[in-house]
Design a binder for this molecule. Structure first.
Ligand SMILES: *[C@@H]1O[C@H](CO)[C@@H](O)[C@H](O)[C@H]1NC(C)=O
Ligand SMILES: *[C@@H]1O[C@H](CO)[C@@H](O)[C@H](O)[C@H]1NC(C)=O
Ligand SMILES: *[C@@H]1O[C@H](CO)[C@@H](O)[C@H](O)[C@H]1NC(C)=O
Ligand SMILES: *[C@@H]1O[C@H](CO)[C@@H](O)[C@H](O)[C@H]1NC(C)=O
Ligand SMILES: *[C@@H]1O[C@H](CO)[C@@H](O)[C@H](O)[C@H]1NC(C)=O
Length: 354
């Protein structure tokens, strides 16, 4: 009797455990779902700092950079220096933009930066990197560029050692580039200027060229866009995280529209219409960060909506997946040096014809 009563009252251990297990699992699932699908988008919507960080990702690669010692990154013939720029929103605040001047063979590294630029027999290439990088990251790229150009590779504000806790905005970075251009032209050099932008750096470059045209009446000799996208909004929808979130009914309201409202647009698909020089675009078919069809679309628009005779033609090179170039190894593809050589010729001919 007592025995039977006991078994009736107390549940077997496995039932107790199962109940707890289910309760804990359910609670965890509900809480993490709310965090991921509700709190995260709402925090993104409300926090400009969150948006800025997610878009620019100003994290050092390589870590703990030592820009004064390029040998550490297996490159020589590099000069580290700084250009002072005024902030876009408060022109009394100054920021130091960290830069490397990567010298072609035969140039004298002992001379100062101004003299090297003034005397250069090489055209100047202004290189803009993308997110998760600083100017010490793309060494093998510089080794290819320096065969043809004197290379000016700078860290956008907020990256590398270009300012600590400075405001990072698209317009602010473009405004820095106008001042870098002004700084450069004061060197009285005789050669041409080319621009090269990678990924987000391509979007910055595209916006910069539009602004240089309207505010300085300047157009470079040529521009190269590597792994470029059409607009920030279109890139987000097509990237991994965007695909995970875009089914949310409030995706537009909490993710896409706040970015645009805060002037984070990278609207290359419109900016490129104002680029008045020949354009070369490179994109790897196996790019896992920026899908190659966005680069193709940008090229298609630039070709069909610009006046090619007056604004220059567009060359698009799709690098096959067999090259294993992905997002940032296009410069390892064996044909790229000849693409650069041919493009320089196209630019020379274009200058003559206009
Ligand atoms: C530089 O080259 C040396 C010798 O080839 C190599 O051991 C080292 O890992 C390289 N460093 C970087 C940062 O690539
Ligand atoms: C700085 O900004 C103020 C206010 O916008 C403007 O009046 C002034 O001319 C600017 N100064 C310089 C040196 O750009
Ligand atoms: C390089 O420049 C330095 C400083 O101007 C000069 O003293 C040196 O003679 C130059 N070297 C060569 C090889 O021209
Ligand atoms: C560039 O040329 C201008 C005008 O001729 C002159 O005032 C300036 O000092 C020169 N700058 C350099 C760095 O030589
Ligand atoms: C632009 O380049 C393409 C080949 O890349 C060529 O077929 C086309 O004729 C060129 N258009 C003009 C206007 O030069």
């Amino acid at each position: 009797m007592t025995c039977r009563k006991k078994t009736k009252d107390s549940k077997p251990l496995w039932k107790v455990l199962l109940k707890w297990f289910l309760t804990i699992t359910l609670t965890t699932t509900v809480i993490s779902s709310i965090l991921i699908w509700v709190v995260l988008p709402v925090a993104f919507w409300l926090s400009v700092a969150f948006q800025t960080f997610a878009v620019f990702m100003p994290i050092d690669f390589p870590k703990n950079p030592n820009f004064n010692n390029p040998q550490q990154y297996n490159i020589t013939g590099v000069k580290n220096f700084y250009i002072t720029v005024k902030d876009y929103y408060n022109n009394e605040t100054l920021t130091q933009i960290g830069a490397w001047l990567v010298l072609p063979k035969g140039l004298n590294k002992s001379e100062d930066v101004s003299d090297i630029i003034r005397k250069s027999e090489y055209d100047i290439l202004i290189y803009s990197h993308g997110v998760l990088a600083n100017r010490a990251r793309y060494i093998l790229q510089y080794e290819v560029f320096r065969r043809y150009f004197l290379v000016l590779a700078m860290d956008h504000r907020g990256y590398g050692d270009s300012g600590q806790n400075v405001p990072m905005t698209e317009l602010g970075i473009v405004n820095d580039h106008l001042q870098i251009y002004d700084w450069l032209t004061q060197k009285n050099f005789s050669r041409n200027i080319y621009y090269w932008g990678h990924s987000m750096g391509a979007a910055i470059t595209c916006h910069t060229l539009k602004t240089l045209k309207s505010q300085r009446n300047f157009t470079p000799k040529g521009v190269i866009f590597e792994s470029a996208f059409t607009s920030l909004q279109e890139q987000i929808v097509n990237m991994f995280l965007g695909k995970v979130f875009k089914w949310l009914p409030y995706f537009d309201a909490t993710i896409l529209r706040p970015l645009a409202a805060n002037e984070l647009r990278f609207d290359s698909i419109n900016n490129i219409l104002h680029v008045d020089c020949p354009i070369m675009m490179l994109h790897a078919q196996d790019d896992g960060v920026i899908p190659y069809f966005l680069g193709e679309k940008l090229a298609r628009v630039a070709r069909s909506q610009r006046d090619l005779a007056k604004q220059g033609n567009v060359t698009f090179h799709l690098i096959p997946s067999s090259g294993n170039c992905n997002h940032d190894k296009i410069l390892t593809y064996p044909d790229v040096p000849s693409y650069i050589e041919n493009f320089k010729e196209v630019c020379e001919l274009f200058k003559e014809s206009t």
